[in-house]
Design a binder for this molecule. Structure first.
Ligand SMILES: Cc1ncc(C[n+]2csc(CCOP(=O)(O)OP(=O)(O)O)c2C)c(N)n1
Ligand SMILES: [Mg+2]
Length: 622
C-alpha cells in the first residue's frame, strides 16, 4: 500500500503521527508548525500545511524566524522535552535567521525541528533568488551555517531520502542525550515533488523516552563517596527538570540532609522554602550556596553542564581536596570536573542513590550551619524586596519584590539576559517546578517575548511573565503581534533603564568605562553621554496591540502588576527603575572576563591589576 503525496505533504503527515512516551504518558511530539512563507517553502510546506488542516498540524504565524525558534524552544522546555514544535522558513535570509535560535536550543539541550527551504536540487537556474554562490563548492548553501548549531542535519535531495532523514530527525529530537536543534533542509523543488510513500511511513509511531538506570559499579562508587563526605553539596541543573526528577531530588535531600544549590536552569528543583534549598550557586548565586560550594569536599552535580557561571570560572569549588560525583544522562557531562561519573537519567539515578544511601545523614552541625546561612540569606532577600516608600521609583530588586507578592505557584517568570538573570538567580523564590524560566545557556536578548508565547502554548493555564530590559525589548519586540493575534494573555514587564545597564557595569569593572552602553545622544566629543533618548517603549508596545500600564512609583507598580495578572489580554507593565541601592546584593563569586593587558587609560590599567590578583587565585578545573 502506498500513498502519493509531495515531500512536504508526506513530511507533515509523518510528523502528525509521531508520539513520545515516558512514565506511561503519551504526548504528541510535534504540537504545531511555525512558519513564515517565501518562495522557498510557500508551494511546498505552505501548501502541505493548508491541505493537512489545523487538526493534523496546527500552523502558527510568526514575525521573525529567530523568534519562532525561541517560542518553539520555550514550548519544549515547558513540556519537559516530551513535545516540540517545528519551524518552516523560506530559503536564504529566512533560513539564516534560524541560526541564533538553533544555537540557543542546542546549547540548552532543547528539541526544535527546523525546516528551512533550500535552493533547487535540480538547479535549473543557478543561482536562484537568495542563493549563496560559492567559488569553491557547488553544493554549499546558507543552510550549511546551521550544521554546527544542529544536533542532526540533513538535506533531502530526493523524495525517498525523506524516510531515513525524518526518522533520524525524530530519533535525535526525542533522545535525552542527543537532543537540540534538528535541521531538515528541504530544496524548494523537492518539497513539491510527488512520490508513492509506503503507508507504514504514516503509521502512529511512539518514541519511548528512556530513563537509563545507573551501572551498579558507578552507583556503588558514588554512594561510597557521598557516605565519606563531610560537606557534600548538590548542584541541581536543568536536567532535574527535564527528567521531572524534582520529587526524587526532594526525597534524597529529605533522607540525607544534603543541601541543594541550583544553576539557572535548575532553579526551582526544590521549593524555595524547603529546608535543604540554598538557592542559586555560582557567580550569580546566594552567599549561603557559594559558601557551601567553597568549602565542599564533595559536589554532587545532577543534570548540570558546569558553565563558568556555575563554577565562578573555575574558582568556586576551592577546597583542594574537593571531588565531584556527576549524575547525568550524558556521559560528556558526567565526566566533567574529573568526576566520578554516574551516567543515568536524573530521576532514576537519584532514586537509586537515595536507596544506596539508606541510613546516611549529614552531621547535625553541618545542617545547622546551612540552615543559619539560609535564614541569613532570606533576610537579604527581604531587604532587597522591601520598598518602604510607595511613592518612590522602584529599584529592580523592589520590582522583583512586587512581582513576588503578586504571583501564585503556577506563574512562570521568563528572562534571559541583562541584569535581571543575576537578580533573579540570587533573589527569586521559586514555588513550583518550571516557574523559573531563565534561559542562561545562550543568554540571548530577545528570547523572552517569543518564549512567553511558547510557554503559554505549552501550559495554557499558567500565567506567564516575560521580564524584559529596554535593550532586550528593542532587539525583538516583534512577537507581541503574535501574542495579540493568538489571543494569548502574556504579561510583559518592560524595565526601562536607558541602556545596557548590566554591560555598562561590567564595562566599568573591566576598564572599558561604560563605553557604548547607555542609550543617550552623542555629545560633541563623540561619546554617548548626552540626554537620554526620547523613546517611548510603552507607546511602542501599545502600537503593537498590547494593553499598557505605566508605573512610575512602587505603589503604581503593585497595582499595575495585579491588574496585568487579572487581565485576559496581553498586557505590558512599563516601569522606569531607579539605580540599585546597597540593599540589592551583588555577585558573591567571581566571573572571568579578561581585561586589557596593556592600555593608555588609567581605568583599564587599574582593572588589569585587580584582574591579575583574581586570576592568580584561580584553581584551574581539571
Ligand atoms: C543577542 C545578544 N546580544 C548581545 C548580548 C550581550 N548582552 C548581554 S546583556 C546586554 C544588555 C541588555 O540590556 P537590557 O535588556 O536593557 O538589560 P539591562 O542590562 O539594562 O538590565 C547585552 C548587550 C546578548 N546577551 N544577547
Ligand atoms: Mg536596560
Amino acid at each position: 500500500m502506498t500513498r502519493r503525496l509531495t515531500v512536504a505533504q508526506a513530511l507533515v503527515e509523518f510528523l502528525a503521527h509521531q508520539y513520545t512516551e515516558r512514565d506511561g504518558h503519551r504526548h504528541r511530539l510535534i504540537g504545531a508548525c511555525w512558519g513564515i512563507f517565501g518562495h522557498g517553502n510557500v508551494a511546498g510546506l505552505g501548501q502541505a500545511l493548508v491541505q493537512a488542516g489545523r487538526h493534523t498540524m496546527p500552523y502558527l504565524q510568526g514575525r521573525n524566524e529567530q523568534a519562532m525558534v525561541h517560542a518553539a524552544t520555550a514550548y519544549a522546555r515547558q513540556r519537559n522535552r516530551l513535545s516540540a514544535q517545528a519551524v518552516t522558513t523560506s530559503i536564504g535570509p529566512g533560513a539564516t535567521n534560524l541560526v541564533t535560535g538553533a544555537a540557543l536550543a542546542t546549547v540548552n539541550r532543547l528539541p526544535v525541528l527546523l525546516l528551512p527551504g533550500d535552493a533547487f536540487a535540480t538547479r535549473p537556474a543557478d543561482p536562484v533568488l537568495q542563493q549563496l554562490e560559492s567559488p569553491y563548492a557547488g553544493d554549499l548553501s546558507v543552510n550549511d551555517a546551521l550544521r554546527p548549531v544542529s544536533r542532526w542535519f540533513d538535506r533531502v535531495h530526493r523524495p525517498e531520502a525523506l524516510i531515513p532523514a525524518a526518522l533520524q530527525a525524530v530519533r535525535v529530537l526525542t533522545d535525552p542525550v542527543e537532543t537540540g536543534a534538528v535541521t531538515l533542509a528541504l530544496p524548494q523543488d523537492v518539497q513539491t515533488e510527488a512520490w508513492d510513500w509506503p503507508e507504514q511511513f504514516f503509521a502512529d509511531r511512539v518514541w519511548h523516552v528512556r530513563r537509563p538506570a545507573p551501572d551498579a559499579g558507578e552507583l556503588d562508587r558514588a554512594a561510597r563517596a557521598v557516605r565519606a563526605a563531610r560537606r557534600p553539596v548538590i548542584v541541581a541543573g536543568g536536567g532535574v527538570h527535564h527528567s521531572e526528577a524534582e520529587d526524587a531530588l526532594r526525597e534524597l535531600a529529605d533522607a540525607t540532609g544534603i543541601p541543594v544549590a541550583s544553576t539557572q536552569a535548575g532553579k526551582g528543583s526544590l521549593r524555595h522554602d524547603h529546608p535543604a534549598d540554598v538557592g542559586g550557586v555560582g557567580h550569580t548565586g546566594t552567599a549561603v550556596a557559594d559558601d557551601l560550594a567553597r568549602t565542599a569536599d564533595l559536589v554532587i552535580g545532577v543534570g548540570t553542564r558546569y558553565t563558568d557561571f556555575t563554577t565562578a570560572s573555575g574558582t568556586l569549588f576551592a577546597d583542594p581536596a574537593v571531588r565531584f560525583v556527576n549524575l547525568n544522562v550524558a556521559a560528556c557531562d558526567a565526566h566533567k570536573m574529573a568526576a566520578l561519573p554516574l551516567v543515568a537519567d536524573a530521576r532514576t539515578g537519584l532514586a537509586a542513590l537515595t536507596g544506596a544511601l539508606a541510613g546516611h545523614h549529614v552531621a547535625p552541625e553541618y545542617e545547622g550551619e546551612y540552615t543559619a546561612g539560609k535564614q541569613a540569606w532570606q533576610a537579604v532577600v527581604d531587604a532587597a524586596y522591601a520598598a518602604p516608600d510607595p511613592g518612590a521609583r522602584p529599584t529592580q530588586s523592589q520590582l522583583l519584590g512586587a512581582l513576588d507578592a503578586v504571583v501564585g505557584d503556577d506563574d512562570v517568570v521568563i528572562n534571559a539576559a541583562g541584569s535581571l538573570p543575576g537578580d533573579l538567580h540570587r533573589l527569586w523564590r521559586s514555588r513550583s517546578p518550571r516557574q523559573y524560566h531563565v534561559e542562561y545557556g545562550y543568554s540571548c536578548m530577545g528570547y523572552e517575548i517569543p518564549a512567553a508565547i511558547g510557554v503559554r502554548l505549552a501550559a495554557p493555564d499558567r500565567p506567564v511573565w516575560a521580564l524584559v530590559g529596554d535593550g532586550t525589548y528593542l532587539m525583538m519586540p516583534t512577537e507581541i503581534v503574535t501574542a495579540v493575534q493568538e489571543g494569548l494573555p502574556v504579561n510583559l514587564v518592560l524595565v526601562q533603564n536607558h541602556g545596557y545597564a548590566s554591560i555598562g557595569g561590567l564595562s566599568r569593572q573591566v576598564g572599558a568605562e561604560g563605553h557604548g552602553t547607555a542609550y543617550r545622544f552623542r555629545d560633541p566629543d563623540g561619546g554617548y553621554t548626552g540626554d537620554p533618548l526620547p523613546v517611548d517603549l510603552a507607546a511602542n508596545a501599545a502600537s503593537l496591540g498590547m494593553d499598557v500600564l505605566r508605573a512610575d512609583t512602587v505603589a503604581q507598580l503593585r497595582d499595575a502588576l495585579a491588574a496585568a495578572r487579572a487581565s485576559d489580554r496581553p498586557t505590558c507593565v512599563h516601569v522606569e527603575t531607579a539605580p540599585a541601592t546597597g540593599a540589592t546584593p551583588g555577585a558573591q563569586a567571581w566571573w572571568d572576563v579578561p581585561v586589557a593587558a596593556t592600555a593608555t587609560r588609567p581605568a583599564a590599567v587599574e582593572a588589569r591589576e585587580h584582574y591579575e590578583r583574581e586570576v592568580a587565585a584561580r584553581r584551574r578545573p581539571l
